[in-house]
Design a protein around this ligand. Structure first.
Ligand SMILES: *[C@@H]1O[C@H](CO)[C@@H](O)[C@H](O)[C@H]1NC(C)=O
Ligand SMILES: CC(=O)N[C@H]1CO[C@H](CO)[C@@H](O)[C@@H]1O
Length: 498
């Protein structure tokens, strides 16, 4: 299905040796939630053709190399032979005023200021482009996959005469909602909420306090650059699948926002949870619990939660009477209320290290997932078929929440509409009382309650997520169409002549 716009092969000017390999270079942004999906994509690309015909390399800064290495290692142990062929290269992280040496990942930032410094550095062409361009020239790939921050990648790719694919690690829904909100200049209605313009039903409304900071400030500079880059590049790839976000996926191509779109997810889908994680003590503990009886809570590694809120959450979990497994960020200095640990020791576990989330969600004892609505977490819940209670914290998470609660209806808000002020700024977010936490858990997990209805819907999506990644499924087909298109567009078109 070769698009009419495919450019002709550049045969005269490049020094690239004619080879039947397609060599792709993938360049993720500085957050584990980006680096891991890029590494998963590299494995899928490498596995898409026999005889190592696609050679994938992930480019990161030195302090993040271990994230890629350990993911490749885990996948190798899961039986993905292609993971052994994926290469890792590094390029220097820029020197950023005020940012401590070696902090090259949002998850490593000790303060919100450092977080902002990393974000701003990543968007700065002056800071980022020289090292990335040097790396790309030295590596001389046949195609580039770049993160949305690095908008100059298309320009580099054009100069080198190779296609550049923008890879988006969030869903189509939140990315499109942001684009349409920008197009409508974030019109806030009389009741303080913005309606996402030009969206299919249901109507999506977001209170001003829940919008990402740049939308509240109407500061569209970076978004406009990202949108221009998406329009200019060879195509857009998204870690999603058609059955999850069909109407929103279609809009990308129909509206001409991109030349080509490929829906490739869920990229982290495994045939079975890996051996190493299923043997963990958390899984052994879940083995002792009845089906659908345990609440799993995790809010990602970026968002800070205040001590006062963590206290209320702890007391709410206690009052609910439910069993729970709760991931608390290692960075939080919080200790539970006096005597609490003793009181819940038979039915609660706090995890302060890396949690084998995929294996936990896949366990039949888990009945609900309290999540901040990060895209990777939502995909993992979908794959496992676990209904969600949503508690967004930052960035686009409040927008993504609406896909879960209002469009797909595979989850509910932890704190109902009108109960209090939620805000993207954690200092302004009202503390959710313990009673409200307990009530939400009890109602959602009640037999025959709303959680069961949501579970039926998400179980259906779980089987669709497996079908889409299997031979003949839409994500599987899109991956192959993408590789075909890249081969046709790059010097590797010698393939077709073999
Ligand atoms: C619990 O779930 C497992 C896995 O889905 C299933 O095989 C088993 O029959 C269930 N047990 C009960 C008591 O429903
Ligand atoms: C500086 C930095 O962020 N380093 C991290 C890169 O990733 C590895 C693996 O997650 C961490 O251990 C490092 O701290």
């Amino acid at each position: 299905m070769a698009p009419a716009t495919t450019s002709t092969t550049n045969t005269t000017t490049t020094t690239r040796p004619t080879s039947k390999k397609l060599r792709v270079l993938l360049i993720p942004f500085f957050a584990t939630s980006h680096i891991e999906p890029f590494a998963e994509l590299a494995i899928r690309l490498a596995a898409s053709r026999p005889n190592a015909a696609v050679e994938a390399t992930v480019a990161v800064t030195p302090a993040n190399a271990s994230i890629v290495q350990s993911l490749l290692e885990r996948r190798r142990r899961d039986g993905h032979n292609a993971a052994a062929t994926v290469k890792v290269v590094t390029y220097p992280f820029p020197t950023v005023d005020g940012l401590p040496e070696g902090v090259e990942n949002l998850g490593k930032a000790a303060t919100p200021t450092d977080l902002a410094r990393i974000n701003l550095a990543a968007l700065s062409e002056a800071l980022m482009r020289p090292a990335q361009e040097a790396l790309i020239r030295a590596h001389s790939p046949d195609a580039i996959f770049t993160d949305l921050h690095f908008t100059w990648s298309t320009d580099i790719a054009d100069k080198l005469g190779v296609p550049c694919v923008a890879f988006n690690v969030m869903g189509a829904f939140p990315m499109l909602a942001v684009r349409h909100l920008v197009m409508g200049d974030v019109a806030i209605d009389h009741d303080g909420a913005a309606t996402v313009p030009c969206f299919p039903a249901p109507r999506i409304r977001i209170p001003r306090a829940e919008l990402p900071d740049f939308l509240r400030r109407r500061d569209y500079g970076a978004s406009n650059q990202v949108h221009a880059m998406q329009a200019g590049c060879f195509g857009l790839a998204i870690n999603t699948f058609a059955d999850l976000e069909r109407h929103y996926c279609e809009i990308y191509v129909r509206q001409g926002y991109v030349k080509r779109a490929y829906f490739l997810g869920p990229l982290s889908l495994q045939h079975q949870p890996s051996q190493t994680t299923t043997a963990s003590r958390y899984i052994n503990w879940l083995d002792t619990k009845p089906n659908h009886s345990v609440v799993y809570l995790a809010f990602g590694s970026l968002a800070h939660v205040s001590d006062a809120q963590l206290d209320k959450l702890a007391l709410g979990l206690e009052a609910s009477g439910k069993s729970f497994m709760w991931v608390v960020r290692a960075a939080e200095r919080w200790t539970p209320p006096e005597g609490w640990e003793k009181r819940v020791e038979d039915r609660g576990i706090i995890i302060r290290a890396w949690a084998p989330q995929t294996a936990i969600l896949a366990h039949s004892a888990v009945g609900a997932f309290v999540t901040q609505c990060g895209w990777n977490s939502i995909l993992e819940a979908v794959v496992a078929g676990v209904p969600m209670l949503t508690w967004p914290k930052v960035y686009e998470q409040f927008i993504t929440e609406r896909l879960v609660t209002e469009v797909l209806r595979i989850g509910e808000r932890l704190w109902p509409h009108g109960a209090g002020l939620r805000s993207e700024n954690y200092q302004k977010h009202d503390v959710i009382p313990a009673d409200d936490v307990a009530r939400a858990l009890i109602m959602f997990m009640h037999p025959g309650g709303s959680g069961e209805i949501a579970r039926r819907r998400i179980k259906d999506l779980a089987s669709k997520s497996r079908a889409t990644m299997a031979e003949g499924g839409s994500s599987h087909n899109d991956l192959h169409r993408l590789v075909d298109d890249l081969m046709a567009a790059s010097g590797a078109s010698s393939f077709s002549r073999l």
